[in-house]
Design a protein around this ligand. Structure first.
Ligand code: C5P
Length: 298
């Protein structure tokens, strides 16, 4: 008997970052949109105890020890419910690793829901969300999917209405970026400046609710983008190539280095994707619609 859970990637259509807090985290106004690129997490009872395996193009970069968020999710749930963590967790990875698309968070949320189902734990949704927040700032959103405003360090979620499907293109970079390193660079670049408290853009929320890609393109923003570009200047070439190919807007996804391009429709997204592939400025290119559902048992 095994349980498989499918979990989406995310793009941040707004990432407003406040000053560093005493605990080292940053207060955010983080507008998450789940997109149709998925990891699949399968859990199977294992007589040899907790074991993690991974397949996919980036599998070699995924840690298979207890630092993996999927393993940590199983351990946290088992601890709270007095279970043994005798499971084999297999991750079929399609979300880029260290890419700014919450791939590790997706695996944490996926393993949590999969173990909860396998063990028949019956944990209330609020308890699962609480464990997700303990695992990482983006993990609660991976569980719920759709679109949401994340406040606090991004873990306090309010669901958002989305009035249509947005067509995205994602360009994966040749190497990853460390999220803490990007936040540190944000702090360095912010030195001596007054950082206002992060606030969600009402125009952006209205664009999402309307399902209007032109209005959304006019309002997206990412306060981590200058920091990501400072650490990875070549990303500017990828952004320029997507814009030149007709993307309505181009931005770094979260802490990067994946770059995201919004197209007016699926056909235009395919054109932008082809141009990005031909540009030689990135490793791989994918198209994906958003919003996508959150972690789901398949
Ligand atoms: O919560 P998570 O483990 O994903 O965060 C990874 C790192 O990203 C943190 O250790 C911190 O350096 C940075 N971070 C932050 N502010 C946030 C979220 C993450 O500074 N709101």
């Amino acid at each position: 008997m095994s349980v498989t859970v499918r979990v989406p990637a995310k793009v941040n259509v707004q990432l407003a970052v406040g000053a560093a807090r005493p605990d080292g985290f940053h207060d955010l106004a983080n507008v998450f949109l789940a997109v149709g690129l998925y990891d699949e997490v399968t859990v199977t009872p294992s007589p040899d105890g907790l074991r993690v395996t991974c397949e996919g193009p980036d599998a070699g970069q995924v840690p298979l020890d207890r630092t993996n968020l999927a393993a940590r999710a199983a351990l946290l749930l088992a601890e709270r419910y007095g279970r043994d963590t005798d499971v084999h967790i297999h991750i079929a990875k399609d979300i880029p690793v260290a890419g700014g698309m919450a791939g590790g968070s997706a695996d944490g949320a996926g393993a949590l829901l999969a173990c909860d189902t396998l063990w028949g734990t019956g944990a209330p949704r609020a308890e699962l969300l609480d464990i997700c927040a303990e695992l990482g700032s983006d993990v609660p959103f991976s569980l719920v999917g759709g679109a949401a405003l994340g406040t606090g360090r991004g873990e306090k979620l309010t669901a958002l209405e989305v009035g249509g499907t947005f067509h995205w293109v994602f360009a994966m970079a040749a190497r990853g970026l460390s999220t803490p390193a990007v936040f540190r660079e944000f702090d360095r670049l912010a030195q001596g400046r007054d950082i206002p408290g992060p606030v969600a853009s009402q125009d952006l929320l209205a664009a999402l609710a309307k399902g209007d890609p032109h209005a959304l393109a006019a309002t997206v923003s990412n306060d981590l983008q200058p920091a990501a570009l400072s650490l990875f200047p070549q990303l500017a070439d990828t952004l320029a190539a997507g814009r030149a190919a007709g993307a309505l807007t181009a931005l770094v996804s979260g802490s990067g280095p994946t770059t995201a391009f919004l197209a007016p429709d699926a056909e235009a997204a395919a054109t932008v994707a082809d141009a990005l592939r031909a540009s030689g400025t990135c490793r791989t290119v994918r198209t994906a619609p958003g919003p996508a559902p959150g972690a789901t048992v398949v």
